[in-house]
Ligand binder design. Structure first.
Ligand code: ADP
Ligand code: MG
Length: 309
């Protein structure tokens, strides 16, 4: 398999068997590749199977079937080697409240057998803007600081791949942008980043590749731009000074037109519609144009389309 892949997943399925006879198919035959060096977003609504996927990678849940390779290493046969390549930040903010960030990272380094001389505890705390809190009890840390501490903990063994399950849940807006900066910095330093989120705008801003899962099924996996162009749809909103519209020219074109008060909303497929012809038609409505804006398709629209039954 290619060295270019951080993670290769083939036909991964997970069934949770509960005590009664109702089994839950949480992952349904998922195959996807995550490129080395990318910021990869795993998107899906609550219950889609995102944490199940991450927990299988972290060895917190057992897959039912399928194959996973981490930088070419078989996740099942060489689990310990595969795990060393990943730093995983779980969704829950579980931190032992009686240790300081400094102590927690030192304990983690010990668990990975990293010798005292090779530890980079303060460097990692600095990178995540926690150096001032190095000696503070973890229970005094805010939600955002706890999240960053968990990231710091996942970085202790200098993994190639950093995986964050819903990293911005419970993090306020300011810390969120700080967190993104840190994630970008790590990515620029060569780390592959995988994040799960149910906030589409986050994935849209941060990720260069996206997989969308819904009810355990993979429904899209492509570059963020390709996914957005999936619908091949744009909207033009034209503001006029009045609404005595003459729509005869517009109606000649293959457009989806809606009149909203003194606005005309035009949905069109860029691949099919000549933009100039549309502009001319917009100009020949015999009303005076006040303003005009073009709205790109949002990932949100694609998501709704893909997950609608
Ligand atoms: P997400 O992280 O996308 O919100 P999860 O992976 O947590 O989704 O859950 C996927 C589905 O599997 C959900 O229907 C959830 O109820 C179910 N599930 C998750 N964990 C367990 C478990 N330990 N036992 C049984 N069902 C589970
Ligand atoms: Mg989850």
């Amino acid at each position: 398999m290619s060295k270019e892949l951080a993670i290769a997943v083939n036909n991964l399925s997970k069934v949770y068997k509960s005590s009664s006879d109702n089994a839950k198919l949480a992952l349904d035959d998922i195959s996807l590749n995550i490129k080395k060096g990318s910021i990869f977003g795993l998107l899906g609504p609550n219950g889609a199977g995102k944490s199940t996927f991450i927990n299988i990678l972290a060895d917190l849940a057992k897959k039912t079937s399928g194959k996973i390779e981490v930088l070419g290493i078989n996740h099942e046969k060489n689990l310990i080697s595969a795990k060393k390549l990943m730093g995983i930040v779980p969704q829950e903010l579980n931190i032992d409240p009686f240790f300081t960030p400094y102590e927690l990272l030192e304990i983690q380094a010990g668990l990975y057998g990293i010798g005292k001389k090779d530890r980079k505890t303060m460097e990692i705390l600095q990178m995540l803007a926690l150096e001032d809190k190095a000696k503070a009890y973890a229970r005094t840390l805010s939600g955002g600081m706890r999240r960053r501490l968990l990231i710091a903990k996942a970085m202790v063994h200098d993994p190639e791949i950093l995986i964050l399950d819903e990293p911005t849940a419970g993090v306020d807006v300011e810390l969120r942008s700080n967190l993104w900066e840190n994630i970008h910095k790590l990515n620029q330093n060569g780390k592959t980043i995988i994040i799960t989120t149910h906030y589409l705008h986050e994935a849209e801003e941060l990720c260069n590749e996206i997989a969308i899962i819904n009810e355990g099924k993979l429904i899209a996996n492509d570059t963020t731009n390709n996914i957005k162009s999936f619908l091949d749809k744009m909207t033009v909103i034209v503001d006029y000074y009045d609404n005595n519209f003459d729509l005869s020219e517009l109606n000649k074109l293959n457009l989806d037109i809606q009149i909203k008060d003194m606005q005309i909303h035009i949905k069109y497929k860029p691949s099919e519609v000549n933009f100039n012809a549309m502009l001319n038609a917009v100009n020949s409505t015999s009303s005076q144009i006040k303003d005009m804006k073009i709205i790109e398709t949002k990932l949100e629209d694609v998501f709704l389309q893909l997950t609608q039954k």
